[in-house]
Design a protein around this ligand. Structure first.
Ligand SMILES: C[S@@+](CC[C@H](N)C(=O)[O-])C[C@H]1O[C@@H](n2cnc3c(N)ncnc32)[C@H](O)[C@@H]1O
Length: 236
């Protein structure tokens, strides 16, 4: 459909107002189909802008593409090597993590790959006594997390470090949280088993460790059907 539209535009077979209407219809149609298929909302702007970009993209100045490329590179810097994309823990899951901190009596918490810092900042606000740490290696995402934690700095430990999770010593934490992908889970569990102290919790959002039974699963019943898989690697 896009190819036909572009071809038609180039050959001037269709008046430009009709092309604009067709492109707009395509953008709206694609977005509605996305909503019907219950795609995540992040796809909505993509569905809307892609047809427009394909047809009218050449009208935009070249530096916009350079800027967009730089932004994508700074957000996904580590994605090819780590196989972990950026998506964020939702509010229902943050609430469940807050309850877990209360019931476990945890005093320290780390988010391995903390993204924009949403989990640690919300936990720090609810539990001012909790020492929170985040590590992150995507430059732009790290900068956002660092800024987000800035107002909480004076209130005990609230740290974000530009550091790989593989370099972090996990023995210091009562709860180690991760929301990564299936790819690193086996290696991460081996690291957690070698380093985490007895009783400390490894909490994985959505991704199980193959061949290891979690001690507990918290099902959140949210739109994503999130499950929190809870392990105690230091006990084994
Ligand atoms: C799915 S996001 C989760 C973000 C955040 N934890 C949350 O739940 O909202 C995974 C994050 O891990 C980061 N990441 C991937 N590999 C990493 C590594 N080796 N060290 C630190 N961060 C990493 C990515 O840049 C991404 O921001």
């Amino acid at each position: 459909m896009f190819a036909l539209l572009i071809g038609a535009a180039r050959l001037s077979l269709v008046p430009s107002t009709s092309i604009a209407a067709l492109v707009a219809a395509q953008a709206i149609g694609a977005s509605l189909i996305g909503l019907l298929l219950r795609l995540r909302l992040i796809w909505l702007p993509v569905q809307l802008l892609l047809p427009l970009g394909l047809v009218y993209g050449s009208a935009a100045p070249a530096w916009i593409y350079l800027l967009a490329f730089a932004a994508i590179a700074l957000v996904s810097w580590n994605a090819p090597s780590e196989q972990v994309p950026l998506y964020l823990t939702n509010r229902k899951t943050r609430d469940a993590l807050g309850r877990l901190v209360t019931e476990s009596g945890a005093r320290s918490f780390i988010d391995l790959g903390c993204g924009t810092g949403g989990v640690i900042s919300s936990l720090k606000r609810r539990h001012p006594q909790l020492a929170v740490t985040g590590v992150e290696t995507a430059p732009l995402v790290f900068a956002l997390a660092w800024l987000r934690l800035l107002p909480l700095r004076g209130k005990g430990v609230a740290t974000v470090a530009y550091r790989s999770l593989w370099k972090e010593d996990l023995s210091r934490y009562d709860i180690v949280y991760c929301f990564l992908s299936p790819a690193p889970m086996g290696k991460l569990y081996a690291k957690a088993k070698a380093e985490m102290k007895p009783g400390a919790l490894l909490v994985s959002n959505s991704f199980k460790v193959t061949d290891v039974e979690p001690e507990r699963i918290i099902e959140l019943g949210d739109g994503r059907q999130t499950g929190l898989y809870i392990y105690r690697p230091g006990d084994i």
